[in-house]
Design a binder for this molecule. Structure first.
Ligand SMILES: [Fe+2]
Length: 416
């Protein structure tokens, strides 16, 4: 193997191994002598970035084999590295800290989000190990795996019936506090849009009686295909309008269908989509020949003549805006129309690479809206919507200065 290639690989391995807090020497030594068979043995255990570094420089691997090797024995890639789990003692301490600090004051999330983030970050941060703090920070910088799960948190006490649209925020104050605190620990800011959710920070993701057939987070009977939320401009791209939210965070309050089965959220990595795409498809979707339509819950105008895929100029990571619902992403040329169809077909064939996560009570899920597509299958909410699936959702961004604010002084987090 040429020395410059080996040197590049060693750099990648060193970086990945440091990130995973494992012995750099061990992995570099492995690299020097590794064989495809050994890679196969390691692939289920080691972080995907590390596996990719190995495999990238092994020309004997076909792309399809690489994808197979990155899967676990059960057919899905191991996500254990992306789960921060609290035990009973930490959970009780977080509960006490949050309850003590939020006290009995009145609460409305749009006015009190910053205070809640301070309290939540203090309570959760005290229980984190150093490498867990690093994991959250890395996620918030748009590096590493594009999703994170925090579980074993205190469940919401005295949970009221699932609301229709909005309700009194105070009934889920401690859950909001945890959600906003985790976002703060990841270095992220909550953000809302005037064109979505009435400009309010928290959305109750729950079936609404008037929207059960809608293709939105207030529906249930129609599946939400893999998509980017509010897939407009990317943050930091110098756009003239407010960018898409880079992050989505969810907190679980109830999560079951009418038969008591959990309803998962699935994420599909953009890096996996890129790995499997043909060169022609990749070239086409990087051209400014597409129109992005607003989602059903969003009243913004479409944006025209944009590419679907580009690299983040800071991190070098791929970022994608796309919606497998054919009416949401429109090709403006013949090539673009063909590419849109091909991309939908490719994503449909990638079922086994999707990561399925149930946002159960006591669990938070954060994902990078630029580096994954996400979806939710249809489900039957049952007759009694007061016991239906209910998540709290909040958008987050890296930098509040990147959006057009309607009231910079009092509500800098609400963007046009
Ligand atoms: Fe969504």
């Amino acid at each position: 193997m040429p020395s410059n290639v080996k040197s590049q690989c060693t750099d990648k391995l060193t970086h990945a191994a440091r990130r995973e807090n494992v012995s750099v020497r061990r992995f570099c030594d492995n690299f020097a002598t590794t064989t495809p068979f050994q890679v196969r043995q390691h692939a289920a255990k080691i972080h995907s970035a590390l596996a990719k570094a190995f495999l990238f420089f092994h020309s004997e691997f076909e792309k399809g084999n690489v994808m197979k090797l990155l899967n676990c024995q059960d057919g899905r890639r191991d996500i254990a590295d992306q789960v921060i789990r609290f035990g009973a003692v930490a959970r009780e301490q977080i509960r006490v800290d949050v309850q003590t600090l939020i006290g009995r004051s009145s609460y409305q999330v749009d006015a009190d989000a910053a205070t809640m983030a301070d309290i939540g970050a203090a309570a959760i941060g005290k229980q984190l190990l150093q490498h867990e703090r690093m994991k959250l920070a890395e996620f918030g910088m748009g590096l590493g795996e594009p999703f994170i799960v925090i579980e074993g948190l205190p469940e919401q006490a005295d949970l009221p019936p699932t609301p229709q649209m909005f309700h009194d925020d105070a009934v889920v104050q401690s859950t909001d506090c945890q959600l906003l605190g985790a976002m703060r620990l990841a270095g992220l800011h909550p953000v809302a849009y005037t064109s979505e959710n009435y400009g309010r920070l928290m959305r109750n993701v729950a079936p609404a009686a008037t929207a059960l057939n809608a293709v939105s987070s207030h529906g249930s009977k129609e599946p939400l295909e893999f998509h980017t939320d509010n897939g407009y401009e990317f943050e930091g791209s110098g756009c003239v309008c407010s960018p898409s939210p880079q992050y989505l965070w969810f907190a679980g309050l109830r999560n079951q269908d009418a038969n008591g089965n959990p309803v998962p959220t699935e994420v599909l990595r953009v890096s996996d989509i890129v790995d499997q795409a043909s060169t022609t498809l990749l070239t086409t979707i990087q051209q400014p020949i597409f129109r992005i339509m607003p989602g059903q819950s969003n009243s913004r105008a479409p944006i025209d003549h944009v590419p679907l895929l580009e690299r983040n100029p800071v991190t070098g990571e791929w970022r994608l805006r796309f919606n497998c619902n054919g009416s949401q992403t429109v090709g403006l040329t013949r090539d673009a129309k063909h590419a849109t169809k091909e991309l939908i077909e490719q994503i449909d064939s990638m079922e086994e690479l999707a990561v399925s996560i149930v946002v159960a009570p006591g669990r938070l899920l954060g994902f990078d809206n630029y580096r994954v597509l996400h979806r939710r299958s249809s489900f039957e909410p049952g007759e009694d919507l007061s016991q239906a699936r209910w998540l709290r959702r909040c958008f987050a961004c890296r930098d509040l200065r990147n959006g057009q604010r309607i009231d910079p002084r009092h509500r800098p987090y609400v963007w046009k």
